[in-house]
Design a protein around this ligand. Structure first.
Ligand code: ADP
Ligand code: MG
Length: 310
């Protein structure tokens, strides 16, 4: 009658052993012994994906006119108008809850306007679904990092190029998508090099620091070959040096012809890199101008310091 007891003890020990050493199962251990090659980038072999012509510098790219969004009785975005011209970095700032993320959602089709219009490269885009808007060349990141931690940096970034591919499930089943996949992987590798993370390309995304993850998200957005990049608080939670790296990257992208709309409530971060700022408070645009003008604008000081400056 002692067999049952031994069973319990042996299983108990095994269970503790597995919990201690192989929480994610045996596969990660096997993968270490027999490294599985994930889809690799072979930039030399793959042809480049067709690129979008960049709009001429200074032409109006994004025009938001009287955008309004209400949630029940709450007016989250109250008749806000502003524009972004090609080749500019425009900052959208304001205290928490001012309506910055909601404005992003309205522009990118994630949320629908209650009233108003949004034009992108001369075309009215309000009312279009986000998947159609992104194909016109508008890419964004969200306020919270959303990457697949178990996938490599390269694979995560490649997801951003998905709308540029034409192959579907049927093609994939019989592996007719290989050439396109190689081109997408090569594009992802190029964008990772462009943002300066080439050394981390094959690491799982989950092993990176927050500052690096935010830059990976920018690389993923760049994979769409956008003419406008919208970044929602990319500097939140970053250390000083990481913020500096991010600022350098944005300035470099602008020099390459990219236009950027960036939400941030760290004013100092934006002062050095933006061409213009748009300030929201309680859903309303309270000011717009160059960083130097905004810095001394009484309405902005009031909103940020709650009257302490007055
Ligand atoms: P910010 O990004 O400037 O901090 P948000 O745009 O996230 O501000 O939010 C603006 C206001 O709208 C806040 O008061 C918020 O609570 C409200 N809000 C945002 N999204 C929703 C929603 N889906 N439903 C109801 N209220 C919302
Ligand atoms: Mg927000």
């Amino acid at each position: 009658g002692s067999g049952g007891n031994f069973e319990t003890v042996v299983f108990g020990v095994l269970l503790i052993g597995i919990l201690q050493t192989a929480r994610e199962g045996l596969w990660p251990h096997l993968a270490k012994v027999f490294p599985v090659k994930s889809a690799e980038a072979r930039p030399a072999e793959a042809a480049e994906l067709p690129a979008r012509p960049l709009p001429e510098k200074g032409t109006p790219l994004l025009e938001v006119e009287h955008a309004r969004k209400t949630f029940g009785g709450l007016v989250a975005v109250n008749d806000v108008s502003f524009e972004v011209r090609a080749g500019e970095i425009v900052g959208l700032i304001g205290p928490n809850g001012a309506g910055k993320s909601t404005t992003f959602n309205l522009v990118t089709g994630v949320a629908h306007l209650t009233s108003g219009t949004v034009r992108f490269a001369g075309q009215v885009i309000s009312g279009l679904p986000s998947r159609a808007i992104c194909k016109l060349g508008m890419a964004r990141t969200f306020q919270h990092v959303k990457l697949v931690p178990d996938m490599s940096v390269l694979e995560n970034v490649a997801l951003g190029a998905h709308p540029r591919g034409h192959m579907g499930v049927r093609h994939a089943l019989i592996r007719l998508d290989r050439a396109e996949e190689a081109r997408i992987m090569a594009e992802a590798a190029r964008q990772i090099e462009r943002v300066g993370l080439g050394a981390l390309m094959h690491r799982p995304a989950g092993s990176l620091a927050l500052g690096q993850l935010r830059i990976v998200e920018i690389a993923r957005a760049l994979c769409l070959d956008p003419s406008l990049l919208l970044l929602d608080e990319p500097a939140a939670g970053l250390r000083h040096k990481e913020k500096q790296a991010l600022a350098d990257l944005l300035v470099k992208l602008r020099a390459e012809g990219m236009s950027v709309l960036i939400v941030e409530h760290d004013m100092d971060f934006l002062m050095g890199i933006t061409d213009r700022l748009v300030v929201l408070d309680f859903g309303t645009r309270i000011a717009t101008g160059t960083p130097a003008e905004i810095r001394v604008n009484p309405a902005v000081l009031e909103a940020y310091l709650g009257g302490a400056a007055a």
